[in-house]
Structure formats: C-alpha cells, structure tokens
Design a protein around this ligand. Structure first.
Ligand code: SF4
Length: 259
C-alpha cells in the first residue's frame, strides 16, 4: 500500500476509535444521569472506616453477603484490640472469628499476610499516608501487595475516610456495564476498572465516582438481576443491546416474577 494511503487508513482508524470512545462516554454519562435520578444521588457513604480497616473489610466482603462480612468484621474488632494484634494472632483463631464469610480458611491467612505486608513495606501498620499520594500512585502501592486487586484498592480509596476519587467495580456493577455494552462480553471485573473509569470525566469528584459505582451496583441488585433481568421496567432499555435482544415474553415473565 502506498505510504499516503496507509497514513490515511491509519487516520481513519484512529478517528473511528475516537468516535467509538466518544459514544461510550456519552452512553456512560447518560446511564449515570438516569440511574442517579432513579436511586437519588448523592448516595450517602455506607462506611466511615480508616483505610486499613476498610482494607480488612473489603477483603472479608469478597463473594460474601454484606451482613455476613459485617458480622465477621465486628468479630475481629471485638476479639483483638487493634490490627497489629490480628497480624500476630494465631491464624486458626482468625478463621474461627470470621467463619460466617465465604472461604474463611483462605481469607484468614490472606488478611494476616496483607497486614504484615503493609507493616513491612511502610514500616508501620497504617494506610493513612495514602492521603498524600495521587489515586494512581496509591492504587499501585496497594496492588503491589499479593491479595489486593483493583476492586480492593479502589474500595480502600473510595469507601474509607480517605474519600479519594477512585471507581470500584463489583460483580453487579460489572454485569450492568457488560449488558449495556459499556464493556465487551469478555472483559473481566479486574480489567474493567480502567476502561470504565476512562469513560467518566477525569475531574469527577470522589462523591461523583462513588455515586456511579453505587447506582450501577444498585441497578444490578434491584433490576438487572443475574438470572432474570427485569428489562421491561428498566430505565436503560433503549440504551441496552442485551435488553433489546431479549424476547418480549421472556422480559415480561421476568418482570412478573419479581415481588
Ligand atoms: S435492559 Fe435489561 S439487561 Fe439491560 S440493563 Fe436493563 S435490566 Fe439489564
């Protein structure tokens, strides 16, 4: 292919990608606007934990109902006076204290290892110093510790008293993003974090990003169910290729089966 033709093709391809990204950004903002109206943004923060406590809470919550992970967190707090004591405790005692969560036998040693890694890397058992870092630097610092992934690092920054502008993506949030076409069908939860964050304005506040996460999560829990999404009563139906592809009777049956 002649050089000029190749350059022109590259330019056209670049423009096409930019157009597609622009469309996704517009869609992400429209989804945010509609869901914020439905779930009444701003959403109150559900935690006011220091970042180290939020880290433990987040590790407990993986694939576990909120009630159970909350009970396990309180059990750790009641049994030991501080996180240093948890880091030094007999791991079987931690496992017993958190037995209501999913995979306590894996989470107990992981929590202990993560606490020990924080102390070893920073020289003290605290994460308060993350407040002095940029979001990207703080997330990189956290994710260098085995057992901390993108969801946990974003949760620590967003949900804790740090109140930093980071976007966590949980399984409900991820499902809605996938079904509405914000991310591809094969994009897993971890890799979806930077993609979904890039679709929202760079200068959004911590509250705005928190709201985005919360409203997509709430929509996944209350409407866009895992097995039977209630598409016929979904405010995103006209934006959603998955909802539009569903046979109307299936969508009606799903809606009728809801309480
Ligand atoms: S239209 Fe259906 S699949 Fe799409 S977001 Fe709404 S409930 Fe989910």
């Amino acid at each position: 292919m002649p050089v000029n033709a190749a350059r022109s093709t590259t330019r056209r391809t670049g423009t096409l990608i930019e157009d597609q990204q622009g469309e996704l950004t517009d869609k992400a903002l429209e989804i945010h606007r509609r869901l914020c109206r439905q779930y009444e943004c701003p959403i109150p923060y559900f935690h006011s934990l220091d970042p180290l406590s939020e880290l433990v809470s987040s590790l407990l919550s993986h694939r576990t109902r909120n009630g159970e992970s909350g009970r396990a967190f309180k059990a750790l707090r009641a049994r030991w006076p501080d996180w240093q004591s948890v880091a030094e405790a007999d791991v079987s005692e931690i496992e017993t204290a958190i037995r209501g969560v999913t995979w306590p036998e894996l989470k107990a040693p992981r929590i202990q290892a993560v606490l020990q890694a924080v102390a070893a890397r920073y020289g003290a058992l605290t994460l308060d110093f993350l407040a002095q870092m940029s979001v990207d630097a703080a997330r990189t610092w956290l994710e260098a510790i085995p057992g901390i992934g993108p969801k946990t690092s974003a949760a620590v920054l967003s949900f804790s008293t740090l109140r930093m502008p980071a976007l966590p993506v949980d399984s409900h949030h991820h499902r809605v993003a996938q079904r509405t076409g914000l991310i591809g069908a094969k994009v897993d939860v971890g890799p979806s974090h930077p993609i979904l964050r890039a679709q929202l304005p760079e200068d959004w506040s911590a509250q705005a990003l928190y709201d985005n996460h919360e409203v997509l999560m709430l929509h996944g829990q209350q409407v866009c169910h895992h097995r039977a999404p209630a598409c016929s009563r979904c405010v995103l139906l006209d934006l959603c290729p998955t909802g539009q592809a569903r046979p109307p009777r299936a969508a009606q049956r799903a809606a009728a089966s809801l309480p």
